[in-house]
Design a protein around this ligand. Structure first.
Ligand code: CA
Length: 229
């Protein structure tokens, strides 16, 4: 649920905005003066701010400027005076939108939705993609450390995950047990190459349809293993 912060000193206006936004499924926080409004805008987790300009304490211009230094959250500025709107444009305070009072509450709700959708797209498009290895029905999400076999998630231990990922990232390459042990467990680890055999067995139980006829991780007798593609 998205959280809307309304900074508005006229109680009646704040209440109407709140009612309409809540009816549309938003969670609403109201602050009725500039000082507490600025504090809430900076410290609370809000998704969009509806900001009046003339406020006791810090005014809307100042709040907008201060918030912009810290956050990209959408800001809709509202004012009763047409001149204020011109000033917002001229100042380049970083507001995303502005509305002149009186406005229809449903228009406000529509704009809130539009700005949230735009902001959401912006965030999603700048988020780096997860690193994914995908081979014949196996999908390994390296970022989330999750494995899906034909769409079904399977649980892997840390070393099983590392071993499977390493082999899948080097398909058709034959590795000896010794090489795999050094790669996954590290040179200085205590243990022996039998550990590799045990882990391969466990991985196969999770990824292979028939472990006696492995389709993914092949045993190359006398040498080691390879991930087939
Ligand atoms: Ca006011």
């Amino acid at each position: 649920m998205s959280r809307v912060l309304i900074v508005e000193d006229e109680e009646a206006i704040a209440d109407i905005e709140k009612d309409y936004l809540e009816l549309s499924g938003f969670e609403v926080v109201i602050r009725s003066d500039g000082t507490s409004g600025l504090e809430a805008a900076l410290k609370e987790d809000v998704d969009i701010i509806i900001l009046d300009i003339m406020l006791p304490g810090v005014d809307g211009y100042e709040i907008c400027k201060k918030v912009r230094e810290k956050k990209n959250v959408p800001i809709i500025m509202v004012s009763a005076k047409k001149e204020d709107i011109d000033k917002i444009r001229g100042l380049g305070t970083g507001a995303d939108d502005y509305m002149t009072k009186p406005f229809s509450p449903s228009e406000l709700v529509a704009r809130v939705k539009a700005h949230l959708a735009r902001y959401e797209r912006l965030i999603t498009s700048t988020k780096p993609d997860n690193m994914v290895v995908e081979l014949r029905g196996i999908r390994i999400d390296k970022t989330a450390r999750r494995v899906f076999i034909n769409g079904e998630e399977k649980a892997f231990t840390t070393k099983e995950f590392d071993l499977l990922t390493f082999l899948a990232e080097h398909p058709n390459h034959v590795y000896t047990k010794d090489e795999l042990f050094k790669e996954i467990w590290g040179m200085d680890s205590v243990g022996d190459i039998a550990t590799v055999t045990v882990h391969i067995k466990k991985i196969r139980e999770k990824i292979e349809y028939d472990t006696s006829k492995p389709q993914y991780i092949e045993t190359i007798w006398g040498v080691g293993y390879r991930f087939k593609v």
